[in-house]
Design a protein around this ligand. Structure first.
Ligand SMILES: *Cc1c(COP(=O)(O)O)cnc(C)c1O
Length: 331
C-alpha cells in the first residue's frame, strides 16, 4: 500500500485486495496505515518506516509498527507495559540493505534484553532482499542464509522476506508471508523474462489536435526535433505534470489504432506530441484514443526508455487523470 498503492489509489486497491483474500497490509507511514484502517477495520496493518511520532496513535488504531532499531523496540515495549498487555510488532532485521532494520549485532543486543521481547507479540520477523530481481546474484542466497540464522533466535515466530521478485526466486524464499507490491500492480517481477503477471494498469488519452507538418519543421520546445519527411503530428493532453516523464522526450512510444507510434519532440508539462504519419488519416483524428501504457510489457518497457523502472512510472502518475477501476485485465 506504499505510495498510495504505487500511485493507483489505495482507497480502491485496499478494499479490492481485501476482497481477494489479503489480510496483511503494509504501508510506508502511519498516515497511510490509518487510511487503510479506515477502509478495512479488520485488516492487519503494518508500518514499514517504523515507530515514528505518536506512539499512542499506533495503539489506538491497532496499527502494527515494523520495529527497525533498538530504540523503537524499547519504546514499544515500554508502551506495552503502560497498557499492561503485549503489543503486536514486526521485527525487521537488516541482512544487506543497510537501510532499515536491526543488523545481526543489534539482534544480539536485543536478545540480551528479554524483558523487551516479552512485552511484545511478535507477529513476524522480516528482512528485505536487495537483489531479488537478479536471480543469479549471490546476495540472494547470502541474505536468505543470514535471515535463517537470525530466525533461529525466534522459534515459532513466522518469517517474511520476499517482495515481488523474491517470490520468483523459489519456495525457499517464501517463508510464511510474502510482501508483493509491484507484481500485484502488473509490473514484471522477472525482468529477464516475459512478464508472468496479467496487465493491471492502462494509461490512455485522446488526441486533441492533429497537424500536417512539412519537412524541415521542428516540433516542441527547444525545436530539437526536426521533421525529415512530411508527416502528421498528434498532440495529446498528457505531460510530465502527469508523470509522463520528460525523459521520454523523443523516446516514448504510444499505441494508436493498434499501431505503435513514436513520441517526437520534448514532453511538455501538459502535452505530448506523436508522429502518426504511419497511420491512415481516417484512423487517427481529434478524439481518437491513444494508449501510453498497455499490455503486459509496456509498463516496464516505457520505464526503461525513460531510464527508470516501472515502480517510478506508476508512483509518478499524477492526480489529473480521471481513473476508472474495473475487474478485467486490460490489454
Ligand atoms: C516496497 C516493499 C516491498 C514490496 O516490493 P515490490 O518489489 O514492489 O514487490 C516489500 N517489502 C518491503 C520492505 C518494501 O519496502
Amino acid at each position: 500500500m506504499k505510495a498510495n498503492a504505487y500511485g493507483l489509489g489505495a482507497d480502491r486497491v485496499a478494499p479490492a485486495l481485501w476482497e481477494a483474500g489479503c489480510r496483511q497490509f503494509f504501508t510506508a507511514n502511519l498516515d497511510g496505515a490509518l487510511a487503510v484502517r479506515g477502509w478495512l477495520p479488520d485488516a492487519d496493518v503494518h508500518v514499514f518506516n517504523g515507530l515514528l511520532g505518536d506512539t499512542e496513535a499506533y495503539v489506538e488504531d491497532h496499527v502494527v509498527p515494523v520495529l527497525n532499531d533498538l530504540g523503537q523496540v524499547e519504546r514499544w515495549a515500554a508502551c506495552a507495559r503502560r497498557h499492561e498487555r503485549k503489543l503486536p510488532a514486526v521485527l525487521h532485521t537488516d541482512t544487506g540493505m543497510s537501510r532499515l532494520g536491526l543488523p545481526a549485532e543489534e539482534i544480539e543486543m536485543l536478545l540480551a534484553r528479554p524483558e523487551w521481547l516479552e512485552a511484545l507479540d511478535l507477529r513476524f520477523v522480516m528482512t528485505h532482499l536487495a537483489c531479488a530481481d537478479e536471480p543469479g546474484n549471490a546476495m540472494n542466497r547470502e541474505q536468505l542464509e543470514a535471515f535463517s540464522a537470525i530466525r533461529e533466535h525466534f522459534p515459532g515466530v513466522p518469517g517474511s522476506l520476499a517482495n515481488s521478485s523474491g517470490i520468483f526466486l523459489g519456495p525457499a524464499y517464501h517463508a510464511d508471508l510474502t510482501r508483493p507490491g509491484y507484481a500485484v500492480y502488473g509490473g514484471n517481477p522477472t525482468p529477464r523474462e516475459p512478464n508472468p503477471m496479467e496487465p493491471v494498469v492502462r494509461l490512455s488519452a485522446q488526441i486533441i489536435q492533429v497537424r500536417e507538418v512539412k519537412p524541415g519543421k521542428t516540433i516542441g520546445y527547444g525545436a530539437d526535433y526536426r521533421v525529415k519527411a512530411a508527416t502528421r503530428i498528434a498532440t495529446i493532453p498528457v505531460g510530465y505534470a502527469d508523470g509522463y516523464l520528460r525523459a521520454l522526450s523523443d523516446k516514448g512510444v504510444a499505441r494508436v489504432a493498434g499501431v505503435e507510434v513514436p513520441v517526437v519532440g520534448r514532453v511538455s508539462m501538459d502535452l505530448v506530441t506523436l508522429d502518426i504519419g504511419a497511420l491512415p488519416i481516417e484512423k487517427a483524428g481529434v478524439g481518437t484514443w491513444v494508449d501510453l501504457i498497455w499490455g503486459r510489457e509496456m509498463l516496464d518497457i516505457v520505464a526503461k526508455r525513460a531510464g527508470t523502472i516501472g515502480y517510478e512510472l506508476l508512483t509518478a502518475l499524477g492526480g489529473r487523470y480521471p481513473r476508472s477501476y474495473g475487474r478485467r485485465a486490460t490489454t
